[in-house]
Design a protein around this ligand. Structure first.
Ligand code: SF4
Ligand code: SF4
Length: 348
């Protein structure tokens, strides 16, 4: 829509004004790490964070949530909907791409009123990554180093003494008009932002040995790769990789009944396809009992199934699963090894 400029010394006033009207979530420092959490004051915001332990996904799809309350004696149910107006600040471009996938899953194919209520009341403010988070990130290979079209409301780029603000939606424009001291960008600003963008590009390495467009086809011919057994032999089935992943959305539901045995609530919580009991069904049958089969399933979800179903990436290259895995199972090593097995070596 438009490009605005907010001087850095006006950012505190911008965030302070947002705090008066919204729940404001952003990257905060927690000991030596960063987490997304609710801001209490503007000076807690750390837009210079590298990566967060959990993705901002947890504010649209929480780890635990109550779906509805019920009274079995009267057969009444009441949906519990969280529609608190929220602004999430400082979302990296990989996590914006991941949010687009969640939107497709919960708002387009399987309408989920709980997700939709949160998402419709959430304003996303992205930030351009100017350096890789660390050695594990491979966003450039996955095509997520720039924000997805239509996948944010505002997007910030650090220009030194100011932020350039790409205003993408009406919601974003509302924030700028009502909460920020911003000016229109001029020719000098466009020249600076172009320079910032062209300088950042070489700082990000390609990590995959092949083009990302080849990944679904590569997965199709890798069903019987011996790699799955090798990964299954070392995997601890801890579920850390899926718990930190911005594109994982599997959940389980359970009913909690109070002492009267009539009233209670149904809740859902994140689940993990890597856990031994994930595919355990009534009758005691487990249709994915081996860790090898579950590793294959996980990587097929990331490299093929989501692209087939939604036309979007199932992995956005954030590197969180690689950081979390105690036995060093990573998407980069896995995809590159599958490529090596099919072709004999990396692309020149
Ligand atoms: S699979 Fe790993 S690298 Fe890919 S999006 Fe999930 S956590 Fe990030
Ligand atoms: S984090 Fe590593 S060890 Fe744990 S389930 Fe995932 S791949 Fe297996």
């Amino acid at each position: 829509m438009s490009l605005k400029i907010i001087p850095k010394d006006a950012m505190a006033a911008f965030v302070g004004s947002l705090l008066g009207a919204y729940r404001v979530i952003g990257p905060l420092q927690k000991e030596a790490k960063f987490v997304f959490g609710p801001l209490e004051s503007p000076d807690e915001l750390r837009l210079d964070y590298d990566t967060s332990i959990l993705p901002p996904k947890k504010y649209v799809l929480p780890q635990h949530e109550t779906l509805f309350e019920f009274d079995a004696s009267s057969f009444e149910t009441k949906a519990v909907i969280d529609d608190q107006p929220t602004v999430i600040l400082g979302v990296h471009t990989c996590d914006l791409h991941a949010m687009q996938l969640l939107d497709a899953v919960f708002q387009k194919t399987h309408l989920d009123q709980h997700y939709m209520a949160r998402r419709e009341n959430t304003i996303l403010v992205g930030i351009e990554c100017l350096d890789p988070c660390d050695d594990h990130s491979f966003c450039k290979s996955m095509g997520t180093l720039t924000p997805p079209t239509g996948g944010y409301d505002l997007h910030l780029t650090d220009m030194g003494d100011s932020f350039a603000v790409d205003v993408e939606t009406e919601k974003g424009a509302w924030l700028i008009v009502h909460h920020a001291q911003a000016r229109d960008a001029g020719d000098d600003d466009y020249a600076r932002i172009n320079a910032v963008m062209s300088e950042k590009w070489p700082r990000f390495p390609y990590k995959l040995d092949f083009d990302i467009g080849e990944l679904p086809a590569l997965m199709s011919v890798s069903q019987k790769s011996p790699l799955w057994q090798q990964l299954g032999d070392i995997c601890l089935a801890c579920g850390s990789c899926t718990n930190v992943c911005p594109t994982c959305y599997c959940f389980d539901v359970s009913d909690k009944v109070d002492l009267s045995l009539t009233k209670g609530h149904r809740e859902r919580h994140w689940d993990s396809c890597q856990l031994d009991e994930f595919a355990l069904v009534a009758g005691g049958h487990n249709f994915r009992p081996s860790r090898a089969a579950r590793q294959r399933h996980r990587f097929f979800r990331k490299g093929k199934y989501q692209t087939d179903a939604y036309g979007l990436l199932g992995c956005v290259g954030c590197g969180r699963c690689a950081r979390a895995c105690l036995v060093d199972i990573t998407p980069v090593k896995t995809f590159n090894e599958l490529y090596r097995q099919r072709t004999g070596g990396p692309r020149n």
